[in-house]
Design a binder for this molecule. Structure first.
Ligand code: SF4
Ligand code: SF4
Length: 502
């Protein structure tokens, strides 16, 4: 009985033999070794149990002979026991291990962005045509002074805290070199530079080749302190302390030793082949006062020239946590919602811990306003920002800018197969295998990222123009521009918006 494999393959490879020219592209392209040429039968055969539905073979098959479909062989599911839950029990009964997953929470929990609708001007307060009139999508992140003063010539005399200047209210979120490939990092770094925004090293340090992108780099200090040294801190435009991550609140990070090759090992300053496990807490932070000391130390180390970001996961008492962070001296708070992606996280944590970013953002913005400290920090939110509309809604709810990661990976070719933790990303993104990593051309990757952000910027301008608003700054926290649909009184209250029709 122990030898029985209870798991029927999730996907089926459908091959139209009359179209197949035996070019064997699929066999070469699949790192999961699903396809194999059988010379005796002169045909390609498939081991579907290994397929993760990454669509690489489908996309590259020159005759469109392939398609991958979800298997219609069903387990005996019911409303309580769905197929995934049954499969997970079988997997754990076989392995005795914690289940690992990649990317964000896939559960059918509410996506509040889709329950928020944006206003548009009609008759009075006319809309603005972004093609003919100036529109400002630039934002500046960092502490803002309570008031500014100018000298007799109109020159600013107020000393400003260090600011990050973004050409649009979007940055690329933290993804470490190690969890993603060198070429993926190169794509993000080049695109951020070209766009006038920032990418983020994540907790993996900064590869020596990327120091030249420093003015558009946010360097991250996480609990493992991998790759953190003076030059690293000095290289970035801002420093981010990672206290938490939306996909795995309350736990540390884990990069399997198999992904720690010579380059990653040098960058992280850890031995080759060793697992990079960052602890759940920072071992020197147990209070806001401790956090304040780290914020201060990092500012001292960089002569107070760089803003410090504190990143936290959206959890139950996030408003109080953010209030403490704002008082720790941080310049920017980054909040990561429960749908945020990851290269690897325990499935139970990813799917059951944390709260939606929309509710967290509204609660934090309101709390900081109520306490009169909203201007002492900027708010950046992430955790499944999927489009320009999500960005506009986030800004209207109170965000200064958004972090995107999954959308950026999609732009580079990711097909959301959710198997980054295996290290066998067929699209050359979440892998360190040289043969796979070279599939992503950084020139193409960065061009596609620039295209995506250019398109979003245009859409942001159109949406703002429709509202009669000509700058992102003017939209920030303007919740009158939002209405809810299908939300309860409590949800509307937390979001601080009215229901559609009101
Ligand atoms: S894992 Fe990807 S490349 Fe391999 S068979 Fe499945 S879809 Fe095709
Ligand atoms: S990065 Fe690669 S492995 Fe991860 S979900 Fe995307 S395609 Fe799959």
């Amino acid at each position: 009985m122990s030898g029985i494999n209870y798991l029927y393959p999730e996907f089926e490879v459908v091959r139209r033999d009359e179209r197949c020219i035996r070019c064997r592209v699929c066999e070469r392209q699949c790192a999961n070794e699903v396809h194999r040429f059988d010379p005796e039968r002169d045909m390609l055969i498939s081991d579907e149990s290994k397929c993760v539905n990454c669509q690489r073979c489908v996309s590259l098959c020159p005759t469109r002979a392939l398609k991958i479909v979800r298997s219609d062989c069903r387990l005996r599911e019911n409303a309580n026991w769905d197929g995934d839950t049954i499969r997970e029990v079988y997997k754990q009964a076989a392995s005795g291990g914690v289940l690992l997953s990649s990317m964000g929470n896939p559960k059918p929990l509410p996506v509040y962005w889709d329950k928020l609708l944006i206003n548009a001007s009609q008759v009075t307060n006319p809309s603005i045509d972004p093609l003919r009139e100036p529109m400002e999508t630039r934002v500046f992140l960092g502490k803002k002074p309570e008031k500014v003063s100018r000298d007799g010539n109109g020159k600013l005399c107020t000393e400003l805290s260090p600011q990050l200047e973004l050409s649009l209210p979007v940055m690329f979120s933290a993804m470490s070199y190690g969890s993603i490939s060198y070429n993926a990092h190169a794509s993000l770094a080049r695109a951020a530079t070209e766009l006038g925004t920032y990418y983020n090293t994540g907790e993996g340090g900064l590869h020596e080749d990327f120091y030249r992108y420093g003015p558009h780099t946010i360097v991250q200090v996480a609990s493992g302190r991998f790759g953190v040294h003076e030059d690293f801190l000095e290289a970035g435009a801002a420093i981010e302390i990672k206290m938490g991550q939306g996909a795995k609140p309350g736990i540390g990070g884990h990069l399997p030793g198999a992904k720690v090759g010579p380059d990653v090992s040098r960058t992280r300053m850890i031995p080759e082949g060793s697992d990079a496990i960052s602890p759940a807490p920072h071992h020197d932070i147990y209070s806001i006062e401790d956090l304040r000391q780290l914020v201060w130390s990092l500012k001292e180390a960089t002569e107070h020239r760089k803003p410090v970001i504190v990143k936290v996961a959206a959890v139950h008492n996030i408003a109080a946590i953010a209030s403490g962070i704002a008082r720790s001296g941080a310049d920017i708070i980054a909040i990561d919602g429960f749908r945020g992606g990851t290269g690897a996280a325990p499935t139970r944590i990813r799917d059951h811990v944390g709260i939606p970013i929309e509710l967290a953002l509204a609660a934090v913005d309101q709390r900081l306003r109520d306490e009169g400290i909203r201007n002492s920090v900027s708010l950046v939110v992430g955790g499944s920002i999927r489009s320009a509309a999500d960005v506009v809604k986030a800004v209207a709810l109170g965000a200064d800018a958004c972090y995107i990661a999954t959308a950026a990976l999609l732009a580079m070719g990711c097909h959301l197969c959710r198997s980054c933790h295996t290290g066998k990303c067929n699209w050359g993104i979440a892998t360190q295998r040289p043969d796979l990593a070279r599939r992503l051309n950084p020139e193409v990757g960065s061009e596609r990222l620039v295209n995506l952000m250019t398109a979003w910027r245009r859409e942001i301008m159109e949406l703002m123009g429709g509202m009669g608003i000509n700058s992102v700054e003017a939209l920030r926290g303007n919740r009158l521009m939002l209405r809810g649909v299908g939300l309860t009184e409590k949800e509307l209250e937390i979001l601080g918006i009215s229901h559609a029709g009101e």
